[in-house]
Design a binder for this molecule. Structure first.
Ligand SMILES: *[C@@H]1O[C@H](CO)[C@@H](O)[C@H](O)[C@H]1NC(C)=O
Ligand SMILES: *[C@@H]1O[C@H](CO)[C@@H](O)[C@H](O)[C@H]1NC(C)=O
Ligand SMILES: *[C@@H]1O[C@H](CO)[C@@H](O)[C@H](O)[C@H]1NC(C)=O
Ligand SMILES: *[C@@H]1O[C@H](CO)[C@@H](O)[C@H](O)[C@H]1NC(C)=O
Length: 413
């Protein structure tokens, strides 16, 4: 009798455990637990596409045109970030501004009335229109193999899904623009509430006489709490931040005050200029990438840990973090003395810095011949002590290096 009761309890317990698994999975903390879900792209029964990894999801309309119609946090707040539908992106070709996809609706944008949206959505005749999409694997933007104490189980490129959506010019676009295809790219990875987005503009005729500028790589109408004006639950950055010409703008949308009490925030990821950057389109041009990390918390600890996870995922080499030393004297005695000290205190790398006396940029055969023997023996000495040797160089327009090194287009500046 006791035995059967035991078995029954065990069965009941297992059953309860099974029932609660799906619930529990969603209450896992992605910063602590391994999330046992793969990224998926699924067609819903209302004809939309949902890109999801259980932590975050983005839903796309395909008819009457391609548009982001939902962006949800499924790990913490279980709510939608979106208050309105916008174009997927905006570019100009020869000065003509084209929205990329998106749909129009008469609904106000104070909050997302999905009922109204579904009955009133229409195609935007001015926009580049949805053509087709491809489901791909994320590609590594550069080669990487873990070394220098980086975790050996790093997965590179990260596992996930790359959704590539193609758009073609509207009927009224001038002839050269009819040869332009725009692709909007989304990547989502397993186990992190992150979406990466970028644009690619392809001139299929390769005529090269089309001038392109990117106005918005991402334009997202978000609900207040997700913005810096609210709780800043959505962290957005570009992969070329700080002085590389990109900008993440959080502004009030034009319909501010049109509905009493509404505080409509607009995220606009763009180039940081007071005028459009015009680039002649020859072949294809790819924009910067936007990283959208749905932290869903304003706790400084969670924010910091979440950003670290993003960097470790997309720039895995940062986990090597060797302890290095900038050497500004390249003479053999000084170099060897430094190496001895570095080996003693546990440094891992020495870098010939600016003004070290070693001119890394020289292309003078005689100079190279003169110094290579000395460098070789010095570096062999460093290596024998377990220290790697590298060099530091700064390549920037402001340095005024030889003119053939200045990557400035002579026609466009
Ligand atoms: C995300 O959460 C919402 C609401 O909690 C739920 O309706 C939806 O099915 C979830 N989506 C995914 C892809 O898990
Ligand atoms: C939405 O569409 C319906 C049917 O076409 C129309 O009667 C209604 O006025 C529209 N609503 C708005 C807010 O434009
Ligand atoms: C949303 O739109 C529908 C259809 O126009 C309307 O009946 C409903 O009252 C709206 N809901 C809200 C909360 O505004
Ligand atoms: C987004 O930023 C760009 C560049 O500053 C600007 O030209 C554009 O008008 C902005 N878009 C919106 C909708 O505010």
């Amino acid at each position: 009798m006791r035995f059967t009761t035991g078995i029954l309890f065990l069965l009941l317990f297992t059953l309860l455990l099974l029932i609660s698994t799906t619930e529990n999975v969603l209450s896992l903390d992605w910063l602590v637990d391994k999330v046992p879900f793969e990224t998926t792209l699924k067609k819903t029964n209302r004809g939309t596409l949902v890109l999801s990894n259980a932590l975050v999801s983005r839903e796309f309309l395909l008819e009457p045109d391609f548009a982001t119609i939902d962006f949800r946090d499924n790990h913490t707040t279980k709510s939608s970030l979106l208050r309105c539908v916008k174009p997927e992106a905006i570019i100009t070709l020869d000065g003509i501004e084209y929205p990329i996809g998106g749909v129009l609706s008469n609904a106000h944008c104070a909050y997302f009335n999905r009922t109204l949206f579904w009955t009133n959505k229409t195609k935007d005749p001015m926009a580049f229109h949805f053509k087709s999409y491809d489901v791909l694997q994320p590609q590594a933007p550069f080669k990487y193999t873990p070394k220098r104490h980086a975790p050996s189980d790093i997965v590179w490129p990260p596992k996930g899904i790359h959704l590539k959506v193609y758009f073609q010019a509207p009927w009224y676009a001038p002839m050269p623009h009819q040869y332009v295809i725009v692709s909007v790219n989304y990547e989502m990875y397993d186990g992190i509430p992150l979406i990466v987005k970028w644009l690619e503009v392809i001139d299929v005729e390769q005529a090269g006489d089309v001038d392109l500028s990117f106005i918005s790589v991402e334009l997202l109408a978000v609900n207040l709490p997700w913005s810096p004006m609210g709780h800043y639950w959505l962290y957005a950055e570009t992969n070329q931040p700080g002085g590389h010409g990109t900008n993440v703008l959080w502004n009030w949308d034009t319909e501010l005050w049109t509905v009493p009490g509404s505080l409509p925030v607009l995220l606009n990821c763009t180039y940081e200029t007071d005028h459009p950057i015009i680039i002649p389109l020859k072949g294809r041009i790819t924009s910067f990438r936007v990283h959208e990390l749905v932290i869903a918390s304003s706790d400084p600890e969670r924010v910091g840990l979440s950003k670290h996870r993003l960097v470790r995922l997309l720039a895995p080499h940062t986990q090597e973090n060797p302890i290095f030393f900038h050497m500004i004297d390249s003479s053999s005695p000084a170099f060897r003395k430094a190496i001895d000290q570095l080996a003693e205190v546990g440094f891992e790398m020495l870098i010939y810095s600016f003004w070290s006396g070693f001119n890394m940029e020289s292309d003078d055969e005689k100079y190279i011949e003169e110094i290579s023997g000395k460098l070789e023996t010095d570096i062999a000495y460093a290596n024998s002590k377990g220290i790697e040797v590298g060099g530091y160089d700064l390549i920037a327009l402001t340095r005024q290096v030889p003119v053939q090194w200045m990557a400035i287009d002579p026609n466009t500046g």
